[in-house]
Design a protein around this ligand. Structure first.
Ligand SMILES: NC(=[NH2+])NCCC[C@H](N)C(=O)O
Ligand SMILES: [Mn+2]
Ligand SMILES: [Mn+2]
Length: 303
């Protein structure tokens, strides 16, 4: 089962903001749909189903001061739901395209894909590495912990989603575009041997080389690749509508080119586009960028 040859896509919206503890990113799925997502994919010959948005239970209590796992209950619940939905769609031979919502939803997406593809590669496109746990986080925001959780590290309520023991292997994961890594995360990445292509590497070697190396790593010994794309990986000039912007990111062209190269290698079995926050955006620019990157990843070309 592979992305580009799989012409059946299921779109799943996850209007979650609790992992970012900041309002607006819950409006991401509709902003992305509103930027003509369906039309663009249909024009490429894909057959779509859109399940709408998963239900997010509302919290009536603010987190306690200093809480290290803010909104854990709400986040774990929707991720369990997402995991089951992704797994069910893949079981029908469909390609899950998940729209965030904050990046904590990667836990549910990846766990669901892992139920179908045991040896899974992941490309994590992000300004951040999201490998904090409740023991290292400064913010307590779970969107900064999702990659660690998918690797099997963190709170039991997060790592047990989808079944105990279901996890990524560090050698099958690459991070691209990183430029903001916390001290605890740096240690984690080193200890686990996770390959990070920082902005420095993209400057030095160019996006073509970085993507080729990245795709070699994630496809080596795996049966499929998941793309987890945080829009804050792009430069805030091109994607201003994100909650945790970091200057000096991937340009519009670099990001597109990365998606085009991904399509050419035909590795993807699933993808998610997260952290679009329309309340912080200008003219829906970030949602439009998301749809354009999705278009390129699914085969759009200029000529
Ligand atoms: N998915 C994201 N935008 N993550 C940002 C994480 C920022 C910071 N490292 C934290 O743990 O809070
Ligand atoms: Mn990020
Ligand atoms: Mn992220």
């Amino acid at each position: 089962m592979d992305a580009v040859k799989n012409k059946n896509i299921t779109i799943i919206g996850v209007p979650l903001h609790y992992g970012a503890d900041r309002k607006g990113v819950d409006l991401g799925p509709d902003a992305i749909r509103g930027a003509n997502l369906h039309e663009r994919l249909q024009a490429l010959g894909y057959s779509l189903e859109d399940l709408g948005d998963l239900n997010v239970r509302r919290s009536l209590q603010p987190p306690a001061p200093g809480e290290k796992l803010k909104y854990l209950g709400e986040i774990a619940r929707v991720n369990q739901d997402l995991c089951e939905t992704v797994s069910a769609e893949m079981g029908k031979g469909r390609f899950p395209l998940v729209l965030g919502g904050d990046h904590s939803i990667a836990i549910g997406t990846i766990k669901g894909v892992l139920q179908r593809v045991k040896r899974l590669g992941v490309i994590w496109f992000d300004a951040h590495s999201d490998v904090n746990t409740h023991l290292t986080t400064g913010s307590g925001n779970i969107h900064g912990m999702s990659l660690a959780a998918a690797l099997g590290y963190g709170h039991p309520d997060l790592i047990s989603i989808g079944g105990a023991g279901l996890k990524l292997q560090p050698e099958n994961v690459v991070i691209i575009g990183a430029r903001s890594i916390d001290p605890g995360e740096r240690e984690f990445l080193k200890a686990k041997g996770i390959k990070v292509f920082t902005m420095h590497d993209i400057d030095r070697y160019g996006m073509k080389q970085v993507m080729e190396d990245a795709m070699d790593i994630v496809s080596n010994g795996t049966d499929g690749v998941h793309l987890s794309l945080d829009l804050d990986g792009m430069d805030p000039w091109d994607a201003p509508g994100v909650g945790t912007p970091v200057s000096g990111g991937m340009s519009y062209r670099e990001s597109h080119f990365a998606m085009e190269l991904l399509f050419e290698r035909n590795l993807l079995v699933s993808a998610e586009f997260v952290e679009v926050n329309p309340m912080l955006d200008r003219h829906n620019k970030t949602a439009v960028a998301a749809v354009e990157l999705i278009g390129s990843a699914f085969g759009e070309r200029i000529l």
